[in-house]
Design a protein around this ligand. Sequence first.
Ligand SMILES: NC(=O)c1ccc[n+]([C@@H]2O[C@H](COP(=O)([O-])OP(=O)(O)OC[C@H]3O[C@@H](n4cnc5c(N)ncnc54)[C@H](OP(=O)(O)O)[C@@H]3O)[C@@H](O)[C@H]2O)c1
Length: 430
Amino acid sequence: MEKTSINIALAGFGTVGTGLQDILQNNRDWIKKRLGKDINIKKILVKDLNKVRTSIPDPHTIFTNNLEDLTEDPDLDIVVELIGGKTTAYEIISRALESGKSVVTANKALLAEKGPELFNLASKNNLGLYYEASVAGGIPIVQTLKESLAGNRIKSLTGILNGTANFILSEMTHNQIDYDSALGEAQELGYAEAEPSLDVDGFDAAHKLTILIRLAHGEDYPLHMLPIKGIRGIDPYDIGKAKDFGYQIKLLAQVKEKSGSLQAGVFPALIQNDHMLAKVDGPFNAVLLEGNAVGPIMLYGQGAGDLPTGSAVLSDIMSLVNKETGYNNTGFVDSNLPYANMLQAEHTVFKHYFRFTVKDRPGVLSILSGIMGEHNISIAQVVQKQESEGQFVPVVFLTHSAQEKDVQNALQEINELSFVKAPAIHYVIL
Ligand SMILES: NC(=O)c1ccc[n+]([C@@H]2O[C@H](COP(=O)([O-])OP(=O)(O)OC[C@H]3O[C@@H](n4cnc5c(N)ncnc54)[C@H](OP(=O)(O)O)[C@@H]3O)[C@@H](O)[C@H]2O)c1
């Protein structure tokens, strides 16, 4: 008989683990609608059982500090490794795979180094080892490369993959501060560790690039062979000079195919202000890639944090469950989806742009504004071109948010006025 619930165990209940459990709690019904099953956190492995925890799991969840409680429990379907580091995490993942459980992990450092060995172990046991959260947090780049762009040859991939380094560079660029002050700010905001080497020396981005190279090219580019240059101590003088020439400095992770060879590395680079990656500011991440069939694609979003990273971990758990269930064409258990509760067009609310063509004579503006006011439309800005009296002139209004029903009623009234030459031009403003 098919199971009605999936039992998972979390190894680690820190930033990502608690984020995942919050999403599981808040979106429980929604997840069930997609999977047809509940996901229960049966056990949680932590280091310190006495720690006071603000995120409270369901009452049936058992906390443990013994990893065998996870790896040897036959009732567990999936083990989710969210500890980090390369020793205990390695042991948990390999033992879970050996004992017949699929694994989800966010651990880029471990996968960058031990990926080939762990993927082999997973294949040997016919199990899943999924890792969406290991690269760029909430951005679904792993699934995109593995599934959505599977038929493309990836000619180039360029990522801003470390939010801490990107935050430091953005602060230095936009607020003219030096490296140490920007790093201090990142530490105060919790973006950077007290020991920031992984982020500022480029190693974290390199771990992620190693994973992406495997996904994009089906080849292993060993981490120790990857050229890595970080942003430690970057001089505000160079950031300023780059700015004078119309560029910004960003820490990039890049791989390009060049006549059958891969040119790859992590390095700070000048990018032109109008380049899409130049708009990626603060702790955000982005990946720009070029497929030989699809052309350019850019993914942008939060590269870290409890909920964005938890969202990526959950997507892996749900993919593993769906693999067992069979085709899921609508994305939901039901193939007959109910009608949406559709908002009537007259109730939609936007800000608006109106252009009226009116005879230039005293009192016109106040009549137009008066009609809009009567229909609950409040005006944000007005521009009127000066012409000699009696000529037709354009008058442009930008409004605050207003209901479509009110807008249509006001426009109808205005279009019928004797001093209005042509029907109003009307666009919404996002
Ligand atoms: N934070 C992010 O935004 C983010 C984004 C992408 C990927 N990741 C990756 O996700 C993973 C988890 O990161 P995190 O930020 O959630 O870490 P974290 O906040 O430091 O939490 C680590 C958790 O693991 C537990 N733990 C640590 N060592 C342990 C051991 N030896 N045995 C048992 N439990 C142990 C800790 O237990 P206690 O609670 O008892 O201390 C804690 O619950 C890492 O691989 C990280 O690189 C994180």
